[in-house]
Ligand binder design. Sequence first.
Ligand code: HEC
Length: 165
Amino acid sequence: MSERNKSWSVKKASTSFLKKRSKKLLLCSIPFLLAAGPDGGQIFADNCALCHQPDGAGAAGLAPALAGTLKRFTATPAGKTYLSQILISGMIGSIETQGHKFSGVMPAFADKLSNAEIAAVLGYVLTTFNAAPAVVTPDSVAAGRAQAPSASDTHHARAVALGAT
Ligand code: HEC
């Protein structure tokens, strides 16, 4: 048996447990895996969890909770605009959420994450921590990016979304 055939048979043996499923099903799933896009959970772990905590509960004095606090922004156009801009420009200015005040700086991710990655991480935060629909799309992030908001514009957009202005 040639080296090549040997390695093929090893591969075959290691995947033999999959044989029960039809090969067709396996092949059909490949396009879906490729189309899945960026992994929002991984992006959150790598870029957000340090401040907002792995479970999105936030930390007093450091970063607000993202769990159970964002659904209200998914229901209105102003809320969707806010969510589509905040990762582009970050945010500066004090906010109050769940009875805690924050006046820290939310960093901008415009140069670090693509529109698709921003949509994916917000999709993860909205669906996993808020049982809310993933209303932010790569297109809405592109529209947010085109506005070139500043960190204080975002703070204003939050107030507008909450009907506080
Ligand atoms: C360096 C710490 C830090 C990191 C890293 C960080 N954030 Fe923030 N985030 C904050 C702070 C502080 C605020 C509040 C800013 C303010 O008071 O204006 C905030 C606010 C937010 C808000 C608004 C919450 C609300 O109630 O309106 C969202 C949404 C958010 N962050 C998402 C993320 C996501 C997603 C990531 C990762 C891609 C991330 N943040 C990374 C510190 C951080």
